[in-house]
Design a protein around this ligand. Structure first.
Ligand SMILES: Nc1ncnc2c1ncn2[C@@H]1O[C@H](COP(=O)(O)OP(=O)(O)O)[C@@H](O)[C@H]1O
Ligand SMILES: [Mg+2]
Length: 146
């Protein structure tokens, strides 16, 4: 299933992230992988902020320098990746990527373009793109959920 949304502001993008996460929680899912796609500065981290807020997490920031940030959340933790600096699958091994996939919690993965071959087949794919003007964005959600 593919659903396309429009966002006209960072707040709207956050709200979409929040809504998506609320849907996963409501379904009773203990694990999920949300793969974010889209260029620098398009709004992936804005989406992540809203997503984290649904888990009661405030202050989700881009984990660019650490690759992954772990947040305690309710009902599940959030593992927030930024793959911008990942060059090859060996880098994933050293950050324990596979271990995160087995843990209970939601994974949110910025720059999923970098690890296309390593994404779980059932990942929910969220693509953010610029549309009209300074603040216009399209947000396409693909996946079997909701
Ligand atoms: N509709 C929108 N949705 C999200 N961010 C927007 C939007 N319009 C403008 N922005 C701006 O774009 C930037 C997005 O930054 P960020 O979320 O860190 O992007 P990314 O994580 O994709 O690099 C912010 O400066 C934000 O204010
Ligand atoms: Mg970011």
């Amino acid at each position: 299933m593919t659903t396309q949304y429009r966002s006209a502001s960072p707040a709207e993008t956050e709200a979409l992230g929040r809504r998506l996460c609320e849907g996963l929680i409501q379904k009773g899912l203990r694990r999920a992988f949300v793969a974010l796609f889209g260029e620098m500065g398009v709004g992936k981290t804005a989406f992540a902020r809203g997503f984290g807020a649904a888990l009661g997490i405030s202050g989700v920031k881009s984990p660019t320098y650490t690759v992954v940030n772990e947040h305690r959340g309710t009902p599940v933790p959030l593992f927030h990746f930024d793959m911008y600096r990942i060059q090859d699958p060996d880098d994933l091994t050293s950050i324990g990527y596979d271990d995160y996939l087995m843990r209970e919690g939601y994974v949110l993965c910025e720059w999923s373009e970098r690890i296309e071959d390593e994404l779980p087949p059932d990942a929910i794919r969220v693509t953010v793109a610029r549309t009209d003007g300074e603040n216009g964005r399209s947000i396409t959600v693909q996946g079997d959920f909701a």
